[in-house]
Design a protein around this ligand. Structure first.
Ligand SMILES: [Zn+2]
Ligand SMILES: [Zn+2]
Length: 359
């Protein structure tokens, strides 16, 4: 894509502005697309060359960086050269690449290129917060109320950012278009959101004294959220439209990520709850009916004769509610047979007798 603008216009490198102008006029006449035998592609090329060479500053840049410039068109490596050129002052550059390169640059560098015309202030942003709940609330669901400070359209200026009664002028930087052509070096520019008016195209004579021109103010809002039964640690709930409110009233969403406090007695495993229960030697050997702590309170569990330590009993329906349907998981109770560490005289006698019998 290397282009020799001097060659295109048919002039020497040291040509005077008059010579360049003369050459351009002659060639433009000859190739004008409206004429019979005109050539649109050729005409555009001539025009492009003239835009650069007729402007002393752009001509100088072109003369100086000509080789870099031609590399830039060659491939992705060359774009690095362009990127380095960012930060150049705003102004009308020779080329208007809004339709093509603007989009490419927009994608590559995440800048508002091409036809997109949005600024952060024009769309309500999403908010992400964390909310801590108990194990019990996660199992059964709950409703929580909390305060959140977020953007609301400013009530003083009705969101337009201007002090009531003050005039609103067309933005002097972008002349009302909301876009400026950013010079990225080498006499090439592309359209971007105006930094002065943030794409609004207008600017208040006096900024609103309450929001300082932002059009939004931070306000405390009370949020009520329904936490469904069965929600698990790390899961998020989206509250549509409860995010930041932009000055034009457009809203973002609020994402609430739930953190469940660990419980000393219960561990969640999917929709089941795991717990442990110690039983005595004799309960294990002879069997018993014992109380088990569940999330619903105490329930009875039958320990059969000869229960081994480590055996798991299932309490049906004592687990966590399924978050997207009916039914609950189970509670799995692991039984640990406790070996007595200190025996009374009587106990010792009995164990000794027991030992004689079992031998
Ligand atoms: Zn502007
Ligand atoms: Zn205001």
């Amino acid at each position: 894509m290397s282009k020799d603008y001097y060659k295109i216009l048919g002039v020497e490198k040291g040509a005077s502005p008059e010579q360049i102008k003369k050459a351009f006029r002659e060639l433009a006449h000859k190739h004008h697309p409206d004429k019979s035998g005109g050539n649109e592609a050729k005409f555009k090329e001539i025009n492009e060359a003239y835009q650069v060479l007729s402007n002393p500053q752009k001509r100088q840049q072109y003369d100086q960086f000509g080789s870099d410039f031609s590399q830039a068109g060659g491939g992705s490596q060359g774009f690095g050269g362009f990127a380095n050129g960012f930060g150049g002052g705003a102004g009308n550059a020779g080329f208007n690449f809004e339709g093509d390169l603007g989009d490419i640059f927009g994608d590559l560098f995440g800048m508002g290129g091409g036809r997109r015309n949005r600024s952060a202030q024009q769309t309500g942003a999403d908010i992400q917060i964390g909310l801590t709940i108990s194990f019990h609330d996660a199992v059964f669901g709950t409703e929580k109320t909390f305060n959140l400070e977020k953007d609301q359209p400013c009530s003083h200026c009705k969101g337009n950012g201007a002090e009531p009664g003050s005039k609103i002028h067309t933005c002097a930087t972008c002349h009302g278009s909301g876009r400026v052509t950013q010079n990225i070096g080498f006499g090439i520019g592309f359209a971007n959101t105006c930094p002065t008016c943030h794409g609004e195209g207008k600017k208040a004579e006096k900024n609103c004294s309450v929001c300082h021109g932002r059009g939004v103010t931070k306000e405390q809002k009370t949020i009520k959220i329904k936490i469904p039964a069965g929600i698990d640690n790390g899961q998020s709930i989206r509250l549509t439209g409860e995010g930041q409110v932009a000055k034009n009233g457009s809203t973002g969403d609020l994402y609430v990520t739930v953190q469940v406090i660990a419980d000393p007695n219960f561990v969640r495993q999917g929709y089941d709850i795991i717990s442990q229960k110690e039983i005595s030697f004799s309960q294990a050997a002879l069997g018993d009916k014992i109380d088990i702590e569940t999330i619903d309170g105490k329930v009875k569990l039958k320990i059969p004769e000869g229960t081994q330590s480590g055996k798991v009993f299932r309490l049906k329906g004592r687990g966590v509610s399924h978050v997207n349907g009916r039914g609950r998981g189970d509670q799995l109770v692991k039984v640990i047979v406790k070996t007595p560490s200190r025996l009374s005289k009587k106990e010792k006698q009995l164990f000794e007798e027991l030992q004689k019998i079992s031998q």
